[in-house]
Every structure is written in C-alpha cells, then in structure tokens.
Design a binder for this molecule. Structure first.
Ligand code: AMP
Ligand code: MG
Length: 344
C-alpha cells in the first residue's frame, strides 16, 4: 500500500514555509522524489544546492535498488534467496545491517528485521491483508532471530529459510546518506522529508531552528504539536501509518511484536525519536514502539543519546526532558515529562 502524499505531508510537516535566503549568493533547490514506496522531498540552500539535490536524488534511487526486498537482484533480494549461503553485498547493506543488529541487541529483540516471513503472512508486504492462524505464526517465528544474521566486510549470511527486510531502518540510513552529500557540497542548511522521516542539516537560512510537525495518531491529517530542532533527525513510527481492519472489526498495523508475531500492542500508538543519526533514530522508533511505554523509558535512561515523544494508547503524551522545551502543543492532551533521575 502506498502512502498518500497528503498523509505523508501532514504526518510530519515542514513548517513554516521558508522565505528568501539571507545570503544572496545562496540558492534554494527543492525536489520531490517517489522512492522506497513513499513520497520524499529534499530542500537545500547554498551555492551548490542544485548539484547537491541532483546527486542526492541519484543516491536515493541507487539505495532503493540495493535495499528493495521485492527486487530479486537487490542485495536484500539476493540475501533472501541464497538458501543460507554467504552473499557479497555493498558497503551500504553491511552498514545498515550492522545498525539493525546493534539495535536488535540493544532493544532485547524488539527490533527484528528477520520478521519478514511473518510480515509477509499478514500481507503487509503486498497489501493483500489477512489474519494468519496462530500455528502459522508460531511456525514462521521459528525462523526469526536477528542474532543469526552475520554482516562483516562485504559479506552477509542468514540461515536457510530466513528472510530479512529493512523497512524499519532503510529510510533513516538513506537520510544520513543524503545529508553526507549535502555536506560534501558545503550545504549548511537543508531539510528532507522521506515519507514522514524528517532530517535537518544546520538551521534555517535565517539562523532560526527548523519546525517539524508531529502527527496526531488519532487524526493523522492534523498535528499534535511541533518541535523546533537543528541538525538532527525527527523520526516517527505510528500505528496509523499502515494498517487494515479485519473482518472482526479490529485494527491491525504494520509494526509487529517479535514475541507474538502480531501487531505490537504494548501501550503506544506513536513514537517519535529525535537524535543525530537517522539510521539509529529509525531503528529506535520501531524498537521503542514494540517495547512499549515502560521499557522505552528504561531504554532511554540506559543509553540517553536521543530524545523521544511517545503517545500512549490511553491518550497521554510522554516526552523526555531534553525535548520538552522545544515542543509546542497544537492539541490539548495530558502530558508528562520524564527525567533521567526519577523513579519509573
Ligand atoms: P517504521 O515505520 O520505521 O517503524 O518501520 C516499520 C516497518 O518495519 C514495517 O512496515 C515492516 O516492514 C518492518 N517491521 C515491522 N515490525 C518490525 C519489527 N519488530 N522489527 C523490525 N522491522 C519491523
Ligand atoms: Mg523505524
């Protein structure tokens, strides 16, 4: 299922709209791209903005080919069809798999990129949705364990009957790759939106912070609030992004709990992670969504290199103390700020 442009743009909006540059030597270049099954927008300011954006677009298209799970000749396609044999892949694939492996360990298995066979059984990979039987799920879960993925040098190996997908991390990694290109072109001010994952470089050309919208999970065409940020990624995982309603009237969403093989239902409907590395923030947003409120707060306290905004299924907003001052509410809801040194 493709995300509608309106939903994506309202999901995480870039606002307010930017006006003229303060440095007259700078130019602004903006581009819309459709890749990785989603709409993307790139915007850069600088003398070399046009070349930077063109190179970034080409890099996105390349990475799409490398990561696409449905493409038999992509790195991921070849890994999934190798029947347990080692596969030679690009440095990008090794790097993104290492981030995923690290997050799988850090999150106690909440992030699990080898859940792909279970995602496929639910139809999340094709849009042909169904509710698999319990025994079908338990049989497939035997082949889901990220500790069995090896990724080193230029080689990746997964066991026979295993299959992986990078849906939880690829866009964050791609955002980092785009920002690297921006820096190579001496761009000091850029904002990109890769299907709701926003990454910023520096501040706005007038020197003020970027304003990024946070979607209201209960009304995804509107904003819950905004955050003011510079030089960082703002990445959200939500149960409203991709879901279907079963014959039983229940809503089933695309982020699965590796413990059950069913949509993760641990008290959260949306998780936004704010941090410096897009790939890590993307991996974290999915992992924290699965972990649920209490484990997510413990996770934040134990590593502390990111900030987060959680929306709970009972309608509470919970945010870490490092982002609270930069958050502006657009809707009223009970809000709690969590600190490093307090009882859970
Ligand atoms: P995100 O929007 O970054 O949270 O990524 C969601 C996507 O990650 C889904 O569409 C699936 O392709 C994949 N996915 C779902 N559940 C998990 C999980 N527990 N671990 C890793 N990937 C997952
Ligand atoms: Mg993610």
């Amino acid at each position: 299922m493709r995300k509608a442009f309106s939903v994506v743009m309202s999901g995480i909006c870039m606002m307010p709209l930017l006006t003229a540059c303060t440095n007259h030597a700078d130019t602004m270049k903006s581009a819309d791209v459709f890749a990785m099954d989603t709409y993307m927008n790139l915007k850069a300011y600088g003398r070399d903005a046009e070349a930077a954006v063109a190179e970034a677009e080409a890099r996105i298209m390349d990475l799409e080919q490398v990561f696409a799970v449905t493409n038999e000749t992509s790195d991921i396609g070849r890994i999934n069809r190798a029947n347990g044999a080692p596969v030679t892949v690009s440095a990008d694939t090794v790097s993104v798999l290492q981030t995923a492996r690290q997050m799988a360990a850090e999150s106690g298995g909440a992030l699990c990129i080898s859940l792909y066979p279970v995602l496929r059984a639910w139809g999340f990979t094709t849009g042909e949705y169904r509710i698999p039987a319990d025994n079908e799920i338990s049989n497939l879960l035997k082949y889901c364990d990220d500790t069995k993925i090896s990724a080193a040098d230029d080689t990746v190996q997964i066991p026979n009957n295993y299959a992986i997908d990078l849906g939880a991390v690829a866009k964050g990694y791609t955002g980092d790759a785009v920002m690297e290109i921006m820096r190579e072109h001496q761009i000091s001010s850029a904002i990109i939106n890769l299907g709701g994952n926003v990454q910023t470089l520096g501040s706005k050309p007038d020197g003020t912070a970027w304003t990024v919208g946070i979607t209201d999970p209960s009304a995804p065409d509107s904003l819950l609030g905004t955050v003011c940020v510079t030089d960082c990624a703002v990445i959200t995982s939500g149960n409203y992004e991709r879901y279907f309603t079963g014959d039983d009237g229940q809503k089933y969403w695309h982020i699965l709990d590796p413990e059950t093989g069913c949509p993760a239902d641990n008290g959260l409907v949306s998780v936004t992670v704010i941090g410096s590395c897009g790939a890590r923030c993307d991996a974290l947003s999915t992992a924290l969504f699965v972990e649920g409120t209490e484990r997510a707060v413990q996770h934040w306290r134990s590593v502390g290199d990111f900030e987060m905004i959680l929306v709970t299924s009972d309608g509470e907003l919970l945010m870490t103390d490092g982002i609270a001052a930069d958050y502006t509410a657009k809707k009223d809801m009970p809000c709690r700020v969590v600190h490093h040194n307090e009882e859970p």
